[in-house]
Design a protein around this ligand. Structure first.
Ligand code: ATP
Ligand code: MG
Length: 587
């Protein structure tokens, strides 16, 4: 039976959770304590690549599988911690042989192939700054990011180079070296590029990690472009402390876990949690090189004995759409913890987890800028479906209001909607928006980082996402968050996806309009439209319910799977679409 809260009993959990109720008081947590645990003493060098890989490369730990790569077809390839240490050393030496050093930018642009993971870790050990680009980007978004990031080295495949980079090369003066993974058939690499396999073969597998400091830049991540032109957020080596702590607290990683983060390393989730956090914990990660496919994904959960799974609402909605019969053909009793990030997770999806997967889904919240998970539903804690959960140890989350005089005031009253803010400076907080100093400064008010998301905190301290400030709808004096309306529409059995916008209206300011895509077997007709309008009105009341519903085959999404409400709005109003560099193909 569905209730407001999914109760947890620690005694019923299969493993002792890393974080229990008593630990949330915060007294036992400090970033210095986390640093000590990673074996870094105050004032000494710190390098994410070394902490993630080399720390586990010796003795028995070294034999453990770090990554199991599942190619689109064929047998898995396992890479142990010891092998990963040697391979990343080779890559670091290869960079050094080209004269690429500390602070220089190394970009990676490839599918989820082993070479990409090796390059990321080797470049970090070399003290270079790594920037991953999503492999499906077209030439323009690639060129823009190369320019903003002053990319010196690009690691890619021969195929991607030929299709997307060769023609641009001349217009990118910073780009000195292109290292390509050669085609398997032995074709020589394209003119003007270097053969990565040859460079690796010629390099030594011993390397002394560059002694970067905690504040040295390590990673450059471009945001998803959901609200506008993507920003380049810069992170430092010290961010490893957050990756480690949140892997423990939010994902409940234990040494013997088989972990699967489905995000692509082209986005921050795929870097922080697809590469770094699991390595920092010495666990085994599954990397699937193929695109989403419901049946394949269930098979991976079963065959790879995944125990902790970190995915996204868009994937969960697609699994929901594929129906419960498919899920019943697979058995994955090892799976013990499921988490989601990237967009709000509708209560319907949390319940689907509980009822169809057999485990509730734990939503968590963070951003490219925060570098790691900040607010989360946790293994040992009750879940209120629809809530993002509680701030993690070391995170001070608040709701603020912008007063008329420009001051930022902290809101104490529970259940008041305001901007979500985070107080203090934590290790993985971004240190710059590259080339946009003013915009960076505007994200801060004193010791507060302003997230640009609207939320509320309830009397128990749980945070609830309301919407991005850009997406919030103002109607007849009400502030309406699209998330709440979308969640209600998703309750209807016909609805696969919903995106809600405010449409300017002379009388009430904005009226709510919903765009809906349907599950297989449902027809987009007037009868269904009336049914959905009626359902929403009953659940939300006339003031908040949509006045209009339009059916679309699919909703426009970013390549990382987020619904782009700003595009729904621009298209509705006939306005320019703005930056669409991250728009999913065909949307
Ligand atoms: P851009 O800043 O370029 O518009 P983006 O904000 O989508 O893109 P990311 O940093 O990848 O880029 O995404 C972070 C944002 O995603 C958050 O600010 C929030 O709006 C949304 N988000 C992430 N996780 C959640 C969640 N669990 N619940 C609600 N929203 C979430
Ligand atoms: Mg953002």
């Amino acid at each position: 039976m569905r209730t407001d809260v999914i109760r947890k009993s620690v005694a019923a959990l299969r493993v002792e959770p890393n974080l229990k109720a008593g630990d949330m008081a915060g007294a036992s947590f400090s970033w210095a304590g986390i640093r000590d645990e990673l074996g870094v003493s105050p004032g000494s060098p710190m390098n994410i690549g070394q902490l993630a890989v080399d720390r586990h490369a010796h003795g028995d730990a070294g034999t453990r599988t770090a990554f199991r790569f599942l190619p689109v077809e064929g047998a898995p390839r396992d890479v142990s911690y010891a092998e990963l240490a040697r391979l990343s050393n080779r890559f670091a030496n290869a960079l050094r042989s080209l004269g690429v050093g500390r602070g220089e930018r190394v970009f990676v642009l490839a599918g989820r192939i082993p070479e990409l993971y090796v390059a990321v870790l080797g470049a970090l050990k070399n003290g270079s700054v790594v920037s991953p680009l999503f492999s499906a980007f077209g030439p323009d978004p690639i060129a823009t990011r190369i320019r903003i990031g002053e990319c010196r080295v690009m690691v890619t495949t021969a195929g991607i180079f030929a299709r997307k980079l060769a023609a641009l090369r001349e217009s990118l003066p910073s780009l000195q070296h292109v290292l390509v993974v050669p085609e398997p058939d032995g074709t020589p690499v394209p003119a003007g590029t270097l053969d990565l396999a040859e460079l690796m073969a010629a390099a030594s597998d011993e390397f002394t990690v560059v002694p970067t400091g905690p504040e040295d830049p390590a990673l450059l991540h471009f945001t998803s472009g959901t609200t506008g032109t993507p920003k380049g957020a810069l992170h430092v080596h010290e961010a490893a402390l957050t990756h480690f702590a949140t892997g423990r607290h939010a994902l409940d990683l234990h040494a013997d876990d088989i972990f699967w983060c489905t995000a692509d390393p082209g986005w921050v989730t795929g870097m922080s949690y697809g590469i770094l956090a699991p390595l920092l914990h010495g666990v085994t990660s599954i990397v699937d090189e193929a695109d989403f496919d419901a049946e394949r994904w269930y098979r991976i959960l079963e065959a790879q004995r995944v125990s902790v799974w970190y995915t996204a609402p868009t994937a969960i909605r697609m699994l929901m759409k594929a129906g419960p019969e498919l899920r019943r053909r697979f058995d994955f009793p090892q799976l013990r913890f499921v988490a989601s990030v990237g967009e709000p997770l509708n209560p319907e999806a949390v319940w689907w987890g509980e009822e169809v997967l057999g485990l509730p889904i734990h939503d968590n919240w963070w951003q490219t800028e925060t570098g790691g998970i900040m607010i989360a539903n946790l293994a040992a804690f009750d879940i209120k479906p629809g809530s993002m959960g509680l701030p993690l140890p070391g995170v001070d989350a608040l709701i603020v209001r912008h007063a008329d005089d420009g001051q930022v005031e902290i809101v104490q009253q529970p259940d008041t909607v305001g901007e979500l803010a985070l107080r203090g400076r934590w290790p993985s907080l971004f240190r710059a928006y590259l080339g946009q100093d003013e915009r960076y400064r505007k994200c801060f008010a004193g010791d507060l980082y302003l997230t640009g998301d609207l939320a509320r905190r309830d009397a128990d301290g749980h945070f609830w996402f309301v919407g991005r400030s850009d997406d919030v709808i103002k109607s007849s004096g009400h502030l309406i968050g699209p998330f709440e309306i979308e969640s209600v529409l998703l309750e209807h059995p016909a609805v696969a996806e919903a995106g809600v916008i405010g449409k300017p209206d002379p009388t009430v300011g904005e009226v709510v309009k919903a765009f809906v895509s349907l599950k297989p077997g449902f027809e987009p007709d007037d009868a269904l439209r009336r049914q959905l309008l009626g359902h929403a009105r009953k659940r939300l009341g006339a003031a908040v319910a949509p006045k209009e519903i339009a059916f679309l085959p699919t909703l426009p999404r970013t390549r990382s799977g987020k619904i782009m409400r700003r595009l729904l709005k621009a298209r509705e109003l006939g306005l320019p679409e703005g930056d669409t560099s991250t728009l999913e193909a065909g949307a």
